[in-house]
Write a protein of this length. Structure first.
Length: 417
């Protein structure tokens, strides 16, 4: 079996499993599935390539993913790299079956010409308790800091029948939680022959796959959330009460310069409405510290957005200029100030997480067990039960305490282990 080293998002996790199916029995390659969301992510991929080649000089390394798509020349120039494969080609069996039969080191095409999602059937996810189904790829928006559309192409959606068939297949294989993934998940649907918004797809999945215990969404853009999605959140207990929001800033002028599609008030209003509909909901969010032209007052509005929206799981990123994006040409913030602001965001995020975890003590929650003795509640809180439980199972746990960033707990009375 080909070794695949995966960086980045849940979408890459899904696609790495799809690549295993596409590659088949070929075992003479190690594949790096790279990420380009930050300069650091791309650097980590290059670092891994050099390390893997040092460990085994005979190893042939193929690089794919968003960093390979957006900066192919840099990877081609690395002596450790045997092949660079584009995002549109990495999921096609023909790509891997013919790789190395010609002198070509680069196998890629115009990602903007991609019009479909061609995924091999996936029977499972090695070592993972939850299954992932990619229902959308690409992005039609052009946020000024983001290079991902140039790595993924324009937005395109998976046919609902195909998505439901894949979910049913994974459920029959024993997965009790499925995560819907995409680059811009809430843009799902308008390109289909019969347009279908994300909320309608969610309700259709829950209706047509009644044996699926838990359905979860990956990152969404709250301004694109449709009425059906909010109704599903309110009415469908099997839709998990946890949303990760692409917020990026709490200041309206910075949001405008980012070319985002929402204002601060939109984000706060969405969280309030979602919490009204589903009182136990938790939110994760992405925030960028030190976007060009951000001053201290602008940053303060991002900092207090954590409390204003009730963010529990914060991903704080120091601004990282990506060559070729408009933000890379804007007046930069001092690097030391960026690091300090990112640290302050993380500190506030840790405090918010601690408050939430402490508020869970004494409650009973259904958890999905993962590897290593860790489980996740419906709200995605990590918990380590005192009893060893098998990965992939659902069990009710009484929460007894907190140990750092994890909850602790025991089997609830009458719960089966």
């Amino acid at each position: 079996m080909t070794e695949i080293v995966t960086f980045g998002c849940r979408l890459n996790i899904h696609e790495s499993e799809a690549m295993k199916a596409a590659i088949g029995k070929r075992d003479d390659l190690t594949v790096i599935n790279s990420c380009a969301v930050t300069a650091e992510a791309a650097r980590q991929a290059r670092q891994a390539i050099r390390r893997l080649k040092r460990e085994n000089p005979e190893r042939r390394i193929a690089v794919t993913g968003c960093a390979a798509q957006t900066d192919a020349a840099r990877f081609i120039a690395m002596p450790e790299v045997a092949f660079v494969v584009g995002n549109a080609e990495k999921l096609k069996s023909q790509t891997w079956h013919t790789l190395g039969t010609t002198p070509d080191k680069l196998v890629t095409s115009d990602i903007m010409a991609a019009r479909d999602i061609a995924l091999p059937e996936i029977g499972g996810f090695e070592g993972r308790a939850r299954g992932f189904v990619q229902i959308q790829n690409g992005c039609d928006h052009r946020c000024t800091f983001c290079i991902i559309p140039f790595g993924r192409g324009n937005s395109r959606s998976l046919a609902p029948e195909t998505a439901i068939a894949q979910i049913r297949r994974l459920t029959e294989a024993g997965y009790k939680e499925i995560v819907l993934t995409g680059v811009d998940l809430t843009s799902y649907g308008p390109d289909l022959a019969e347009p279908l918004p994300l909320g309608a797809l969610v309700r259709r999945i829950l209706k047509e796959v009644p044996e699926l215990p838990r359905l979860r969404l990956s990152s969404i853009d709250s301004v694109e959330a449709d009425a059906d999605l909010l109704r599903a959140l309110a009415e469908e207990e099997r839709l998990m009460p946890h949303l990760h929001l692409s917020l990026q800033s709490g200041d309206d002028l910075i949001l405008k310069r980012m070319k985002r599609r929402h204002l601060r008030s939109d984000a706060i209003g969405f969280c309030a409405e979602a919490r009204r509909l589903r009182p136990d909901i938790t939110f994760g969010a992405d925030l960028i510290a030190g976007f060009p032209t951000e001053d201290e007052a602008m940053f303060a509005r991002s900092l207090d957005l954590i409390e204003a929206c009730g963010i529990t799981y914060l991903h704080a990123f120091p601004f990282s200029p990506r060559p070729g994006t408009p933000a890379a040409r804007m007046p930069p913030v001092d690097g030391v100030a960026i690091k300090k602001r990112a640290a302050r965001l993380r500190e506030a995020g840790e405090a918010a997480l601690t408050r939430f975890l402490d508020s869970e003590i004494g409650r009973k929650r259904m958890i999905l067990m993962e590897r290593g003795g860790i489980g996740r509640t419906t709200q995605f809180a990590p918990i380590r039960p005192e009893t060893a439980l098998p990965a992939g199972g659902l069990v009710e746990i009484e929460i007894t305490g907190r140990n750092g960033r994890e909850l602790t707990g025991r089997l609830a009375t009458g719960a089966a282990g």
